[in-house]
Design a protein around this ligand. Structure first.
Ligand code: BGC
Ligand code: BGC
Length: 637
């Protein structure tokens, strides 16, 4: 099913809210399979020591665990590889499979031998591994609005992840980004909660399969609860001027806009949810009992477990120590609160079930044990957290007498395969939005005799992939084997019937019959991607101007994690395609350029003509006189 066209009308916000409310009325609640083993779990929890329970709720980043014996002696329940925590041996599938296996073996040596659930940010394919298929980031999929396709992508991602042994991904992001200056805007499907509610649960179904028991299924994580995309501009701006900020709206607005996909994800059986770093009216979500326990668990009936964000627990400031300045910053430059023990108490009592952290994991374990012994965190709360974690491990078949915990060898041959790339290429094509085509320049059914390609993004796989690709913030250039840049794909179509030349700045284009300029922004992720100014770079604008000055008809392709301010380029270009962050399969963009695929994408965000139209961090409902309105997208005749 495609999203009904009437939703692209100006009434979409009203309709969106109505759809979301209808969704809630259909009562969320996790499916019965998630709690089916509660009797067995009760017996296990009764056998566990306090130390074993606390170990179960602790999730250190692999990069911080120097002594692998800690996994056994502390009976850790989970580990993760953060955005840049790669195996030392390298990033090939075999490196990851070995890395994972080594850690899992240590877990099995603990007294109870409860396996680890190992997590990673596979947010657009298994994006930390060399040779994995990298799919479009969510903003593009929001323009494709095709839940079946999104489910298929998630299914493939799960298969590539299980090929490496890992069973859990911190995806989907179901935030509803309201300010495109936010460096995580591309992780969201849309500024419209109805689109997010349509696609988020589809990812859960794709990753987890019907009930998580499959050997090709991966536990999903809806994140970041709640309002991560609705934060206010921080006074002073600077890096992270919106990220991890404060959402200042009343409860009705918070629910209407930001609850979006959560009820649907819970109903689809999402195994885990990640509370947000951000705050709601000054209170950090990661320590807010009303949000975590009253709304998520009690009202919406979520029976899986809550995983804290990366060192988020470090940042809670207790009411008693509110006055004290943060004590220090950790290695990632994040704030650390002075009273860590109080933070842990607040977060666990608010309903956090597992804590993701780095170097402080031993301190965390000691402090949480003390808090239980001192009666500040009830044992019942710890038992509940452990029960929820074990539910997921049971559902995944990890608690069977002879569980199959190892990298799925049957899935390894299809890792990064042509079949997977084909689906990605289709997804890329469906996500491209045709914004402009003068004199029916597009589709270019047959490339003319000479084509000149220019722009910063024409031959840059890393720029196509964006952040969270082979590293936390992503990188430029040939990051990963396989895949096709847009220039490669144009050359492929040209074969030996057209001549294709490339200069990034557009020089030497004279005499060509067609110009194609791939403009956009370089890779970034959270914090570092917050940008006040979303104008195209001077170099990219100059490349477009150079081709126009030489008299060529010019197609502009925009590679970006959000709408950019096109300035003069909006006028100069004869045709414009928004390609978002398509990932490794650049050929999908060229499929739309040539008409090999139809132009069907519709904007999932309004596209401003000037940055002043984006009110800083405000919960805007409509944009006055945008360059292209929400839902806009031309098609071919
Ligand atoms: C991000 C999460 C991510 C986690 C683990 C955090 O900084 O906010 O989205 O899942 O790191 O890498
Ligand atoms: C990690 C990410 C994490 C970030 C948080 C990075 O070093 O690789 O996974 O999200 O720190 O600041």
């Amino acid at each position: 099913m495609k999203f009904p066209p009437f939703v692209f009308s100006t009434q979409r916000n009203v309709l969106g809210i109505v759809l979301v409310i209808l969704g809630h009325a259909a009562m969320a609640a996790s499916p019965a399979w998630l709690t089916a083993n509660d009797d067995k779990i009760k017996a296990i929890v009764e056998k566990m020591t306090l130390a074993e329970k606390v170990g179960q709720v602790t999730q250190p980043d692999s990069g911080s665990v120097e002594d692998l014996d800690d996994i056994t002696t502390l009976a850790l329940g989970s580990m993760l590889s953060g955005g840049s925590s790669d195996p030392e041996s390298g990033n090939k599938l075999s490196d990851w499979a070995e890395f994972y296996t080594e850690r899992q073996k240590r877990a099995l040596k603990s007294r109870l031998g409860i396996p680890l659930i190992y997590g990673v940010d596979a947010v657009h394919g298994h994006n930390n591994l060399l040779g994995a298929v990298v799919f479009p980031h969510n903003i593009g999929l929001g323009c494709a609005r095709n839940p079946q396709l999104v489910e298929e992508i998630a299914r493939i991602t799960a298969r590539e992840v299980r090929a490496s042994g890992i069973q859990w991904t911190f995806a989907p992001s179901v935030g509803v980004p309201r300010d495109i200056r936010w460096g995580r805007a591309y992780e969201g499907f849309s500024e419209d909660p109805a689109v997010v509610a349509l696609l988020g649960p589809a990812v859960v179904r794709g990753l987890q399969g019907a009930d998580l028991s499959g050997k090709e299924s991966v536990a999903a994580c809806a994140k970041h609860f709640i309002g991560d995309g609705g934060t206010e501009f921080k006074p002073g701006g600077g890096e992270g001027m919106l990220d991890q900020g404060d959402v200042r709206v009343d409860e009705a607005t918070l629910r209407a806009i930001h609850l979006g996909a959560y009820p649907g994800a819970i109903k689809a059986g999402v195994a885990t949810i990640m509370p947000s770093y951000s705050s709601w009216n000054g209170v950090k979500c990661s320590g807010n009992k009303q949000l975590l326990t009253d709304i998520l668990k009690n009202e919406l009936g979520f029976e899986g477990f809550l995983i804290s964000d990366y060192n988020a627990t470090d940042q809670l400031v207790s009411p008693e120590t509110d006055e004290s300045a943060p004590e220090s910053n950790n290695a990632a430059g994040q704030v650390r609160s002075a009273d860590y023990k109080k933070c842990i108490e607040i977060s666990i009592n608010a309903g956090m079930d597992m804590v993701m952290l780095t170097d402080r994991y031993k301190e965390f374990i000691t402090m949480l044990e003390e808090l239980v012994e001192e009666g500040k965190v009830p044992m019942a709360r710890i038992d509940d957290a452990v029960t929820r974690i074990l539910r997921v491990k049971f559902a995944m078949g990890m608690m069977e007498a002879e569980p199959d915990l190892w990298p799925n060898k049957e899935l390894q041959p299809e890792f990064g395969s042509e079949a997977h790339r084909k689906v990605a290429r289709q997804a890329v094509a469906e996500s491209v939005v045709l914004l402009k085509t003068e004199n029916a320049l597009l589709p270019v059914k047959k490339l003319p005799r000479r084509v000149h390609v220019a722009g910063s993004g024409a031959d840059d796989l890393g720029m196509q992939c964006g952040g969270w690709t082979l590293g936390w913030q992503g990188d430029r250039g040939d990051l990963t084997p396989g895949g096709t840049t847009i220039l490669d794909a144009i050359k492929e179509v040209a074969g030996n019937t057209s001549e294709v030349n490339f200069t990034a700045d557009g020089s030497k284009c004279e005499g060509a019959d067609l110009g194609i300029v791939v403009v956009g922004e370089g890779p970034y992720a959270e914090m570092k991607g917050d940008r006040y100014d979303l104008a195209l770079s001077a170099e990219d604008s100059a490349a477009v101007a150079a081709l126009k000055a030489a008299g060529l008809p010019v197609v502009v392709i925009v590679l970006s994690g959000r709408p950019m301010i096109l300035g003069d380029v909006a006028e100069q270009a004869d045709a414009i395609l928004a390609a978002w962050l398509p990932g490794t399969e650049g050929a999908g963009v060229v499929d739309v350029l040539t008409g090999a695929a139809p132009a069907t994408g519709k904007l999932s965000f309004a596209w401003p003509r000037s940055i002043d139209q984006v009110p800083l961090g405000h919960q805007r409902e409509t944009m006055e006189n945008p360059l292209y309105p929400f839902g806009f997208g031309l098609g071919y005749e």
